[in-house]
Design a protein around this ligand. Structure first.
Ligand SMILES: Nc1ncnc2c1ncn2[C@@H]1O[C@H](COP(=O)(O)OP(=O)(O)OP(=O)(O)O)[C@@H](O)[C@H]1O
Ligand SMILES: [Mg+2]
Length: 320
């Protein structure tokens, strides 16, 4: 659905994006990661034509983006920018309703949509609807930015560090919301983040950039297993790589059937990750866990030995 072929962007003599090629199929979640200044935001802005690319081609739904009217293009692409970009003199509710109003939705529908999104993002309308951006915390403003991008239900979302200013708990909650939303709505998402765990958790396709170039791209597990060079490896967490792989692997794909031995005391739900299993083993001083289903009924067991010796940490992962 979105394809970049040999795309470059120059600002004067400086090259911000250097010959990148990238395909994002419809409904997929692509995360861009890389050190500051490597060209991530520039890449997003070229996709919705906020800035013009210098070379190469950007194709959307089979046609070059140059054939689309830029204003219409931007209305069908949700965009969450790095520093929220809310209109300071507009209330939160008015900010969120911006694109639906531009698309001339009936005002009752705009209002209903605004309320629905504020609910979803944990910003009660009664409390926040009439506030102005300067009256919000950084994290609240970011959530308003996400709500605004989702408002007209666009099929493409460009998200530039949308959760950067959030505390870890709210951040995780919004990541989970986004993952759920994505499972239901299958939007095509290009997401920039500095948080590798966030990228690994959400992405189908992970793109690592450095100095304007793409140094490696592929599924999160593929990159974790075979980082192309020391830069990618360190970005992926160096020694933590094993744990990050374990975080992407489900207990249910590696458990044994229930044995005749007494079941272990510690219980772990089958859809938890092997990383969570390892953590539970360390916490409970146990090398065995009883695996339970959503009704807390034992369905199998998991041993440390099995995780370390037998598990290749890649079986049964649907993302590869
Ligand atoms: N409008 C502009 N004019 C000139 N140079 C620019 C402009 N926008 C970006 N650049 C340069 O292009 C390069 C890439 O910038 P970009 O904003 O895409 O980086 P980034 O990967 O998003 O970084 P960060 O993680 O810090 O947000 C940087 O060197 C930046 O200075
Ligand atoms: Mg940026």
């Amino acid at each position: 659905m979105i394809e970049l072929a040999h795309v470059s962007k120059r600002f004067g003599s400086e090259i911000a994006v250097n010959d990148i090629s990238l395909r994002i199929p419809k409904g997929k979640f692509c995360a861009l990661v890389g050190t500051s200044g490597c060209g991530k935001s520039t890449t997003l802005r070229m996709i919705n034509r906020l800035i013009a690319h210098s070379e190469g081609e950007i194709i959307l739904d089979g046609a070059s983006i140059e054939t689309y009217d830029p204003v219409k293009l931007r209305r069908r692409i949700g965009y969450v920018i790095q520093h929220t970009g809310l209109f300071p003199h507009w209330s939160v509710a008015r900010n969120i309703g911006l694109v639906p109003r531009l698309l001339k939705w009936p005002s009752i529908d705009v209002q209903a949509r605004v309320e629905e999104l504020m609910q979803l993002l944990g910003l009660p309308v009664e409390e926040f609807g009439h506030k102005y951006p300067h009256q919000l915390s950084g994290g609240q403003a970011q959530r308003v930015g996400v709500a605004r991008a989702l408002a007209a239900n666009p099929d493409i979302m460009l998200m530039d560090e949308p959760f950067g200013a959030l505390d870890p708990i709210t951040r995780e909650k919004l990541q989970d919301e986004l993952a759920k939303l994505q499972a239901r709505m299958h939007k095509t998402i290009v997401f920039v983040t500095h948080d590798m765990d966030e990228a690994l958790k959400l992405a189908d396709h992970l793109v690592v950039m450095r100095d304007g170039r793409i140094v490696q791209q592929g599924s999160p597990l593929a990159l974790l297993k075979h980082p192309a060079d020391p830069f990618v490896e360190s970005l992926l967490g160096g020694l933590e790589r094993g744990l990050k792989q374990a975080a992407l692997t489900r207990v249910k794909d590696h458990m044994n059937s229930l044995g005749s031995a007494l079941p272990a005391q510690s219980r772990i739900p089958a859809d938890f990750s092997l990383r969570q299993a390892l953590s539970m083993m360390l916490r409970d001083h146990s090398d065995r866990l009883t695996v339970v289903d959503q009704h807390d009924v034992p369905v199998g067991e998991l041993s440390l030995r099995k995780i370390v010796k037998e598990a290749h940490l890649d079986k049964g992962n649907s993302r590869e």
